[in-house]
Design a protein around this ligand. Structure first.
Ligand code: ADP
Ligand code: MG
Length: 328
């Protein structure tokens, strides 16, 4: 029974960044307006998420750690979402089978009726009362892969884990500008990202390079084609090489990678970047859920578009529009 849990967990939880993504998604789903993130030892020692969202009642909390215990499938559209992004209602169960989790939660309706729940490697350690003045959920994932040494060994170098964690955090910063985030890495001071009405302010913070004082100029535009939408943000700054580049593709708020779409954007932006250089970009696609391939793994960030040529056309047209709108 435990072995099966651990094998299943391996499908969802390959590395710390997967845990972070699932926990942040839950906080967003719970309507949080403030989220604090703390990461120690690149997520292997601690990934802590504290939110001010809807919270859970005493009886609900243990159930959140049971397989298939999702509260989120209510209608037909949700089933598309389920098929599209794979496992639903499995994340907390999977994570709890390969880590030591301590969670306390207080429901919005009555924050005094909350609970604390502790679970180590799928074994419940504690379920006790927790009374608070404000609603929200705090989840502490400690000692990730403590009981799966092979998995622990395969987690890559510190820097590559850190980059993966940063990419997850930036994805949420970009897609949820109205949410305030406080991010603490190791023993450093928290990085605060205030809630923004204007997504461009948030994107400016992400595109800003530590080595340069100024905020980069950002070009943006949008496009629409046959029921799909596209928003594009491009930093005017460019530089050589690939390290430290902020380049993101999203479909329906989910991060994915696609070489062809990347190439379309890079080629069109040659007109604004310095010769031989590239810069930061963000593209947010919104595509009907039933026009995305249903057989993709939640952690493989590859998406198959059923109308791929239309998406290529939309991307190319939007890139050209952005250039023509910003020609000197
Ligand atoms: P899913 O998000 O797919 O439903 P999870 O395993 O991620 O599955 O979470 C299980 C359930 O636990 C959620 O459906 C939700 O009801 C509850 N839950 C998890 N995290 C939070 C949170 N931060 N705030 C409120 N409820 C939460
Ligand atoms: Mg979830």
């Amino acid at each position: 029974e435990h072995l099966i849990d651990q094998i299943k967990a391996g499908e969802v939880v390959e590395r710390p960044a997967n845990v972070l993504k699932e926990l942040l998604e839950n906080s967003i789903d719970a309507n949080s307006s403030k989220v604090r993130v703390t990461i120690l030892n690149n997520g292997l020692d601690l990934i802590a998420i504290e939110d001010n969202g809807d919270g859970m009642f005493f009886d609900e909390l243990p159930y959140a750690f049971c397989r298939h215990a999702t509260s989120k499938i209510n209608n037909f559209e949700d089933i598309y979402r389920l098929n599209t992004f794979g496992f639903r209602g499995e994340a907390l169960a999977s994570i709890s089978s390969v880590a030591r989790i301590s969670c306390h939660s207080a429901p919005r309706a009555n924050p005094e009726q909350g609970a604390k729940f502790v679970i180590h490697g799928a074994q419940t350690v504690e379920h006790s009362k927790y009374a608070s003045h404000k609603c929200g959920t705090s989840t502490y994932v400690k000692d990730l892969f403590f009981n799966t040494p092979v998995r622990l060994k395969f987690v890559k170098s510190g820097q590559s884990e850190k980059n993966a964690l940063k990419r997850v955090i930036n994805s949420f910063l970009i897609n949820y500008p109205h949410v305030e985030f406080a991010i603490t890495w190791e023993d450093n001071d928290p990085e605060i990202y205030r809630a923004q009405d204007d997504i461009k302010t948030r994107i400016g913070e992400i595109f800003k390079k530590k080595s340069r004082k100024h905020r980069p100029e950002i070009f943006d535009t949008d496009g629409e084609y046959l029921g799909s939408h596209c928003k594009m943000y491009i930093s005017k700054d460019s530089s050589k090489g690939y390290s430290g580049k902020q380049q993101y593709l999203f479909v329906n708020n989910r991060l994915f990678t696609d070489k062809k779409l990347h190439q379309i954007i890079i080629r069109n932006m040659e007109k604004i970047w310095q010769p031989g250089q590239t810069g930061d970009y963000i593209m947010q696609l919104h595509v009907p859920e039933n026009e995305i391939d249903v057989n993709v793994h939640p952690n493989k960030t590859i998406i198959k578009f059923l109308k791929a040529n239309e998406i290529f056309s939309l991307t190319s047209a939007t890139a050209k529009k952005l250039i023509s709108e910003n020609e000197d």
